[in-house]
Design a protein around this ligand. Structure first.
Ligand SMILES: C[S@@+](CC[C@H](N)C(=O)[O-])C[C@H]1O[C@@H](n2cnc3c(N)ncnc32)[C@H](O)[C@@H]1O
Length: 260
C-alpha cells in the first residue's frame, strides 16, 4: 500500500506556529523567520529537530487528522476528527464494509471512511455541487491509500444506489428528503448516522426517522477541550470549538410482515 500522506510534513516551533507542507510542491516554504528551500526541508527526517535562522523547529510526520484539519481546502463545514472517530465506532465501520455518504462537502469524512474500510471495502459518496468536484478530488487524492472511493457528482436523489450498504452517513441541510432512499439501500439492521448543526433540525429528523420506521439508537454531541502541555501551569487552552453539531444514530428495521 502506497502511503501518499508520506509526502507531507508538519513543521512547528512547538508554540503558535504549526503548518503542513507538501514536499511534492517544489516551491520554498514559509516559516515565521524566512523561506526554507523545499530541497533543504526534504533532507530533514520526520521526527527530528532543526535550526533555521537561529530558531528551532520540529519536523513531524503528518497524520490523517492533521492533513484534514490543517491542509484540506474547505468549501464547507466539515465533520471534525472528534466526531469522525466516534462515527466510525458507532456505525461499526471496519475493513471490508460498504459505506454510503451524502454530501461529500470538503471530503473530510470521506477520507476517514476510506481508511477505515480498507482495500476490500468501498465508500460511495454523493455531492450535488458541480463546482466542488475539483476541490474534493484535490483534497482526497493524497488520502487514496486504497482505491475504494466512488465519487458521484449529483444529488443523492438522482442516484441509482447499489444497495446492501452496511452503513450510511448523511451530512446535509435537508436530510429528511433522503431518509426513504437511504433506508431502501441499507441492509436490514444497517446503521445510519446524521450530523445536524441545529436543534430544530434534530427534532424534525426524530419525527421523520420514527415515521420511516428507523430505530433511533442515540442522539449526542461531543465536546473536546484541549490542554496546554505546561507542567507548571497546567490548564486548558483559552479557546475551544463550542459547537459543531448533534449526532444522531439509527438502525434500519425491516418489518417482518413485509416479507423479504
Ligand atoms: C456540511 S457539507 C458536508 C461536509 C462533509 N461531511 C465533510 O466532512 O467534508 C454538506 C454538503 O452536502 C451537499 N448536499 C446537500 N444536499 C445534497 C444532496 N441532496 N445530495 C448530495 N449532496 C448534497 C452540499 O452541497 C454540501 O457540500
Amino acid at each position: 500500500m502506497e502511503k501518499r500522506l508520506n509526502r507531507f510534513r508538519i513543521v512547528t516551533d512547538g508554540k503558535k506556529f504549526k503548518k503542513v507542507f507538501d514536499l511534492d510542491d517544489p516551491g520554498p516554504k514559509g516559516l515565521p523567520n524566512g523561506m526554507i528551500k523545499n530541497e533543504d526541508l526534504e533532507k530533514i527526517d520526520a521526527g527530528s529537530i532543526f535550526s533555521f535562522g537561529g530558531k528551532k523547529y520540529f519536523v513531524l510526520p503528518c497524520s490523517l487528522q492533521e492533513y484534514i484539519m490543517e491542509f484540506m481546502q474547505r468549501k464547507t463545514q466539515i465533520v471534525y476528527p472528534k466526531e469522525a472517530g466516534y462515527i466510525i465506532l458507532n456505525l461499526d465501520i471496519s475493513p471490508g464494509k460498504k459505506v454510503g455518504e451524502a454530501g461529500t462537502g470538503t471530503g473530510a469524512l470521506t477520507a476517514v471512511f476510506s481508511r477505515a474500510v480498507g482495500d476490500k471495502g468501498s465508500v460511495y459518496t454523493f455531492e450535488k455541487r458541480k463546482d466542488f468536484a475539483e476541490i474534493i478530488q484535490r483534497n482526497l487524492e493524497p488520502c487514496w491509500e486504497y482505491d475504494n472511493i466512488h465519487f458521484h457528482n449529483h444529488p443523492l436523489q438522482e442516484a441509482e444506489l447499489p444497495g446492501d450498504f452496511d452503513a450510511f452517513f448523511i451530512d446535509m441541510k435537508y436530510p429528511w428528503e433522503v431518509l426513504n432512499i437511504v433506508k431502501d439501500s441499507l441492509k436490514p439492521g444497517g446503521r445510519l448516522g446524521l450530523l445536524l448543526p441545529t436543534t430544530n433540525q434534530v427534532t424534525r429528523i426524530i419525527s421523520t426517522l420514527q415515521a420511516e420506521g428507523y430505530f433511533i439508537n442515540e442522539i449526542s454531541e461531543i465536546l473536546r477541550r484541549g490542554y496546554k502541555p505546561n507542567p507548571e501551569r497546567f490548564r486548558p487552552e483559552d479557546l475551544m470549538t463550542g459547537h459543531t453539531g448533534y449526532l444522531i444514530f439509527a438502525c434500519k428495521i425491516k418489518n417482518s410482515e413485509e416479507g423479504s
